[in-house]
Design a protein. Structure first.
Lengths: 466, 466
C-alpha cells in the first residue's frame, strides 16, 4: 500500500466545512501552453538530432583531448555542423591553456607474484620516464588512513589508495569517494612517496581504468599518479593479503606543452528581442583521451543542441538561445572560466547544462530567484509528464556553467540518472554503444520544454505562440 | 500452457485398461544412493575448494601462457597445491612445443578521421615489426563474402572481416561465427592481402579484444592478423559508411620460440582396486595472456579438483580418480595430444572435462556405450536435483580430452550455461570477479555426484558405502 499524504486527502474530507467559511486564495494555476506539450512530445517520440550529433562527433573526430590537434578538429567539425543545422552567429572563442599528454603506461608486479596490472595515468601525473619507478607497495583503505600514517612508513614507496565507491542515482558518490584521486597524489607527495596508484574512481568491473584530472596543491612536487581498474585493484589487494612484500614497477610516461590553444564553440537561435538577455544551453566539446567521449560529453552537446534546434524549427523564440560547446572542461574548466571572463558581466536570463551522460532525467532543480517562482513552477509542470519531479527552487548546478552560476546567473539543473554513468565515465568504454537512444530522447524532450518556457514563447511565420 | 508429452499422461489415463491386461516389464528403477545425494548437496552448500583453487592460481600466478615461464610457475604452484590437498601420485609430464609471444600492438586510423582503435593480435599472427603495416581497409561481412571477392580487389590491402555472433546458451555460436578468426587469415593470405583484422569472436561491448589461436594452412604465408573489440569494429563500420577511403596503420609485434617446455600436471585419488581403469577428470592449466584466465580455465581446474577432493574426503573410491590439469590447450591442444600419445593405449573407465567457465550446468550427455546405459541413467538421476537435464547417451565432448574421446574412451559431457561466457573468454576481462561462486558450487556438486557414480562407490574408514 502507498500512503498518501494527508494534505492530498484533505480537500475531499474538509469540503463541507470549507464551503461554509471564507477560503484562502489558491495559488494561481500553472497552465503549460499546448505548444510546449506538443514540442516536448514530438522530441520524445522522434528526435534524431541528438543521436546524429553524438554519432557524428564520436565517429568523425573520436577522442578530443583538450588543447590537442584532435580538439581543434572537433571545433572545426562543430562549426560546420552547427552552421549546417541553421544556427546563427556560429563562432569560436579561443583561449590558451597548458596541455598534459599521455604516453605509454604499465604497472608490473615484480614480486612476489610477477604479473601485469592495467593502469592509466591521472591527468597531470608526473612522468616516470621510460624506465619507470620501482618500489614497494603500501596500501591504505582511504586518504584519511594515508594521512594518519607516519611519513617514515611510506617514504620512498608506492602508495596504493583504495575506496568503496558504489553507484548512486545522483552521482554523489563520485564526489564523496573521489578523494584518492583528488587529494591522494598531493598528500602522497608531501609524505615523500615515490608514486601513487589509486583504485579507479568508477563503478565498473571491466579492465578499463578511469582517468581524470588532479593537481598538486600546497606546493607539493608532482609525482607519478595512476589509477588501476577495479579488477586489478582487487587483485592487488589479494596479492597484498598473502603477507609478502609486494614490489611494483610503474611506468607512466607523459609529456606537457606549456601553452596550446583550446576554445569554446558558440551558436545561437537569435531571439525576436535582441535586447533581452540570452538563455544559455551548455555542454562540453572536449573529452578524455581513452575513448570517444560519447557520454562525456558528446551526448550532452547532442541533447542541448537538439533542443535548441527543435525550438528553431518551430519558429523564433522571444529570447536568444545561446548554445555553448565548451572547450577544455575535463582538464580544469578552462572554457567555463574563459566564458566567465569574456561574458560574465553580461546579463543572462538563465543557464543550464547537460554533462552527465544520456540516461533519463528524473529531477529538475532551479535557482531563478524568488520573483521568478512561477517560471520555475512552469518548467516543473512542463517536465512532469516525462516522469520528472520538481526539486529545489534554490539550487542549480553544472560543470562549465559553474563559474557563471557562482557569479549569480540564474540556472536550471536537470538531474539525470547516474546509476550507470560511472561504469563508463573517463574510461576506454565511453563509446557510442553505451548511449541509450530512447533515454536520450527523453533528455531532448525535457530540454526542449525547458527552453520553450525560458525563451519566452515562439513566433512561427504566421503568429506569435504564447 | 506447457504441453505434456502424451507418455507422461498415459499411465493415469490408461491405468484401468492396463490393470486388466498383462503389462510389459517396467525398466528397472534407478535409485541414487543416499551418500551420493549427501555428497552432492554438501558440495552445493559448502564447497570452498573450487573457488580457493581459482583464486589462488589467478592471484599467485596470474596469466599462464603456454610454454612461457608463467606456465612453468603455474605447474610448480599446481604440484604444491595438489600435494597439500592430499592427492596421490602428483607429477608433471612434460612435452615441447612452439611458442608465440605477444608484443606491442596498435591500430591507428590515419584517414579520413584519425583515431586509435583497440586491437589484439591473434595467436600465431605474423609480426608487423615496430613500424607496422599501412594499407587501405576493405571490409566484408563474412569469410564467404571475402572468398567471393576478386583477388585484385583486396591485394595489398588490410581486410576487415565482420560477423554477427550472438550469445547462445550452449556456446555453439562460437563455432558457427568463428570463421573470420579461424579461416579468415589463411584466406586473406592466399588472396595477397597485407594483413587482416576481424571483429572479435566474442559478445561483450567493452573495449577488450578477444584473442585466440589460428594457423595458416594450405601453405599460406603468415600475415599479421588481429581482432578489434566490438565497439571498435562498429566504429570502423561507421567510419567506412562515410564512403571515403579508410587507411589504417596496424602494428602487431610478436616473437616466436621454436621449442619450449610445457606439461600436464597429474594427480590422483587412488582407488581401492588398482587394476580397474581410472576415471579421468580434466581441465587446462594454461591461459591466454591478456588476463588471469579465471573462467578459462582456472575455474575448470577448481571444479574438477574440488569434486575429486570431496570424494577423497569421504573415503576411498573403488576406481582411481585421475585429475589432469592439461598444459598448452589454448594454443593447439598440445597437452591433450601428449596425454593421448603417452596413455591412449591404457584403458580409461570414463573421461570428463570442465572448460566452459563456471556458470551452472544445465545438461548432462554421455557416451559410455550401450552396455553401461544404467550407469549413464544413474548419473542423470544423481544430477537431476540440481536442475540438470539428461541429454544424449551417444555424445560427450571436451577440449583436452577430445583426442582421447575420439580414440574411443567413454565420456561424460557436462553442459554449462554459456550465455555470458563469450563476454569474457580470451579477453582482458577473464578475471576472478567474473566467477559466480554460487553457480561454481553447483558445478562442483554435479561433478562430485558424477564422480561418485563413475568411481564405483566409496569406502569410508568404517564401512564400504555402496
Amino acid at each position: 500500500m502507498i500512503k498518501l499524504p494527508l494534505a492530498l486527502l484533505a480537500p475531499a474530507l474538509a469540503a463541507p466545512l470549507l464551503a461554509q467559511a471564507p477560503a484562502a486564495a489558491p495559488p494561481p494555476p500553472i497552465v503549460v501552453a499546448p505548444w510546449i506539450h506538443a514540442l516536448r512530445d514530438d522530441a520524445l517520440a522522434n528526435d534524431r538530432y541528438a543521436f546524429d550529433i553524438t554519432e557524428g562527433l564520436t565517429t568523425e573526430v573520436g577522442q578530443r583531448m583538450a588543447g590537442t590537434a584532435a580538439e581543434a578538429r572537433a571545433r572545426a567539425w562543430s562549426v560546420a555542423k552547427l552552421k549546417a543545422m541553421g544556427f546563427g552567429n556560429v563562432r569560436v572563442e579561443t583561449f590558451d591553456m597548458p596541455v598534459w599528454v599521455r604516453g605509454p603506461e604499465s604497472a608490473d608486479i615484480l614480486a612476489p607474484f610477477a604479473q601485469k596490472l592495467v593502469v592509466a595515468a591521472l591527468g597531470n601525473s608526473a612522468s616516470t620516464g621510460p624506465a619507470g619507478v620501482t618500489g614497494q607497495i603500501v596500501a591504505f583503505d582511504s586518504v584519511d588512513a594515508l594521512r594518519a600514517a607516519p611519513d617514515a612508513a611510506v617514504r620512498g614507496k608506492i602508495v596504493f589508495i583504495d575506496h568503496r565507491m558504489m553507484p548512486t542515482m545522483d552521482g554523489s558518490s563520485y564526489g564523496q569517494f573521489g578523494a584518492p584521486r583528488r587529494a591522494g597524489p598531493t598528500l602522497a607527495s608531501q609524505k615523500g612517496e615515490l608514486a601513487t596508484v589509486v583504485r579507479s574512481i568508477g563503478t565498473d568491473y571491466h579492465r578499463n581504468p578511469h582517468t581524470g584530472v588532479m593537481g598538486f596543491t600546497d606546493g607539493a612536487r608532482p609525482i607519478p599518479a595512476g589509477a588501476l581498474t577495479l579488477p586489478d585493484s582487487e587483485q592487488l589487494v589479494r596479492i597484498l593479503k598473502r603477507g609478502k612484500p609486494v614490489t611494483m614497477r610503474l611506468r607512466l610516461e607523459s609529456t606537457t606543452i606549456a601553452s596550446a590553444q583550446s576554445g569554446n564553440v558558440i551558436a545561437e537561435v537569435p531571439g525576436r528581442d535582441s535586447n533581452l538577455p540570452p538563455v544559455l544551453a551548455a555542454c562540453h566539446l572536449d573529452s578524455w583521451d581513452q575513448a570517444t567521449g560519447a557520454l562525456d560529453d558528446a551526448a550532452g552537446c547532442g541533447i542541448v543542441t537538439a533542443a535548441a534546434k527543435r525550438i528553431m524549427d518551430a519558429g523564433r523564440p522571444l529570447r536568444t538561445i545561446r548554445v555553448v560547446w565548451f572547450g577544455a572542461e575535463e582538464v580544469g574548466l578552462f572554457g567555463g572560466l574563459d566564458y566567465l571572463a569574456k561574458h560574465g558581466k553580461e546579463p543572462h536570463h538563465a543557464a543550464a547544462e547537460s554533462d552527465f551522460g544520456a540516461d533519463r532525467i528524473w529531477k529538475v532543480d532551479s535557482k531563478l530567484g524568488e520573483a521568478r517562482r512561477d517560471e520555475a513552477r512552469m518548467i516543473g509542470a512542463a517536465l512532469a509528464p516525462l516522469g520528472i519531479v520538481t526539486g529545489a527552487f534554490d539550487e542549480a548546478g553544472g560543470s562549465d556553467i559553474g563559474p557563471l552560476l557562482d557569479s549569480g546567473v540564474p540556472g536550471v539543473g536537470l538531474g539525470q540518472d547516474g546509476t550507470r554513468y560511472f561504469d563508463v565515465h573517463h574510461t576506454p568504454d565511453d563509446t557510442l554503444v553505451k548511449v541509450d537512444s530512447a533515454q536520450m530522447r527523453q533528455n531532448v524532450a525535457a530540454l526542449t520544454a525547458m527552453l520553450g518556457v525560458l525563451s519566452g514563447g515562439i513566433a512561427p511565420k504566421s503568429r506569435v505562440r504564447r
